[in-house]
Design a protein around this ligand. Structure first.
Ligand code: HEM
Length: 419
């Protein structure tokens, strides 16, 4: 008989409010209290959920025989962040087939294309920024990345429409952990963006719009699923938004990148002297250190026993992303910002998971991770060697409850000058 052990329990009939009030630290706080990387809770109307963290937990979370995604993501997230019937909610062969579509967009050539697009948009932005009294980095990056994302994905975007589409794309990820008004803004934005893209996909299919064969617009419009059928226009719209929205969301990491340079001024000299190789380490550390998505959800496929703990069919499982990226067994001084920790580090699919873990092609790991890194490197080089600026006094604090987190001032710079 395998041995069985009681899982510690966070008592309460529904701890959703505690989860919302403690945000990124909800799981870590209880792991510290129980002295364990596993505990049970109840959320979302009293559903039983097992919270796990650490490298072994990540391996289990990405074991398809044990966990599935169908029915795991709360409806509120599907209504705002993901959309209905998106890749995030699929399993098995159907998921793998659609994942190949996403990965086929991430070739070296296409990553170079998006880097060049961002470089030239930044280049143009400096002319404007030099004349402005101040620049709010996050706000300007949301606008700029909306243009970059659409251009890269092959989606026509009129100058007059940039602000509206940028506001919608931002609202979709900004509502990820929100209740009330922010949640509704996300929902309304998603509905309106889906209508916009459905129409465009229809025009690609009836030949009224000519899309470049390498573009996401073309590939997704004509993608055939495992059964050889094209997807309906609504699902293509959802998956196109799964490209546009997260590219715009890279603005959050870019804002943290600017903050990291400001909070650690010695890093600028290192980046200037060591260049490319150190930029890689720096970008990794920004993604590890600062909060973005706190956790992931999955469901138990069939009963299994893990480290002596019972996982019952249908139980929710929450993987602590933020906590695993700060886990003391994996990271030395996890709450210190130190890109050097990534030098000569042996990385596995399971021990550094800001954008999920496991294999890109087989599992749900973020297909946009390389693209995110490329965009962050372009901005880093720009901030280090293309412009000078002053960071005035402002509220740079970021919340550990608001999801996604972002510095209060959205990072203001003044006196921008081209070098
Ligand atoms: C802002 C930076 C980003 C962060 C923090 C981020 C984070 C994540 C996380 C945590 C997941 C879930 C992994 C899982 O469920 O196991 C994910 C999945 C996904 N991401 Fe990203 N991501 C980012 C950028 C991107 C970009 C730039 C793209 C596309 C261009 C993208 C497209 C996706 C898609 C389509 C999925 C679903 C994959 C699947 O279910 O197989 N993400 N991302």
């Amino acid at each position: 008989m395998p041995y069985r052990e009681q899982i510690p329990v966070d008592k309460g009939i529904d701890n959703t409010v505690k989860l919302l009030l403690e945000g990124y630290n909800y799981i870590t706080n209880r792991r510290n209290k129980f002295g364990r990387d596993i505990f049970e809770t109840r959320i979302l109307g009293g559903k039983k959920a097992i919270c796990i963290a650490g490298e072994e937990a990540v391996k289990t979370f990405y074991d398809e025989d044990k966990l599935i995604r169908k029915g795991a993501a709360p409806k509120r997230l599907r209504q705002t962040l993901f959309g209905e019937h998106a890749i995030q909610t699929m399993d098995g062969d159907n998921h793998r087939h659609r994942k190949e579509l996403f990965m086929s967009l991430m070739t070296k050539e296409r990553l170079d294309d998006i880097s060049s697009l961002l470089e030239s948009h930044l280049e143009n932005a400096v002319d404007k920024w030099e004349k402005q009294k101040m620049v709010v980095v996050y706000n300007d990056m949301v606008q700029l990345l909306t243009k970059v994302a659409c251009a890269w994905a092959g989606i026509p975007l009129d100058d007059k429409a940039v602000f509206r589409r940028a506001t919608q794309l931002e609202a979709m990820f900004d509502s990820a952990g929100a209740l009330g008004l922010r949640h509704w803004k996300g929902r309304i934005s998603r509905n309106s963006a889906e209508v916009w893209l459905r129409e465009l996909i229809g025009q690609v299919r009836n030949g009224k719009v000519n899309a470049n064969k390498d573009s996401a617009l073309y590939k997704m419009s004509w993608y055939q699923d495992k059964n050889g059928e094209v997807l309906n226009e609504q699902i293509v719209a959802v998956e196109l938004l799964n490209i546009l929205r997260p590219i715009v969301a890279v603005s959050v990491y870019i804002t943290f990148e600017a903050l990291a340079l400001y909070e650690n001024p010695q890093e600028k000299d290192k980046l200037r002297t060591e260049g490319f190789e150190y930029a890689e380490l720096f970008v990794r550390e920004v993604r590890r250190y600062y909060p973005f998505f706190p956790l992931l959800t999955a469901k138990v496929r069939e009963d299994f026993l893990w480290n002596g703990h019972d996982f019952r069919k249908g139980n929710l499982v929450l993987l602590d992303l933020y906590g695993t990226n700060h886990h003391p067994d994996i990271w030395e001084k996890p709450y210190t910002f130190n890109p050097e920790r990534f030098r000569d580090r042996e990385e596995s699919f399971y021990n550094f998971i800001p954008q999920g873990g496991g294999d890109y092609y087989r599992g749900h790991r973020c297909p946009g991770e390389w693209l995110t890194i490329e965009l962050m490197k372009v901005v880093l080089e720009f901030l280090i060697s293309k412009v000078e600026y002053v960071v005035p006094k402002q509220d740079l604090r970021y919340s550990m409850i608001r999801i996604p987190s972002i510095p209060g001032s959205r990072f203001v710079i003044i006196d921008v000058k081209r070098i």
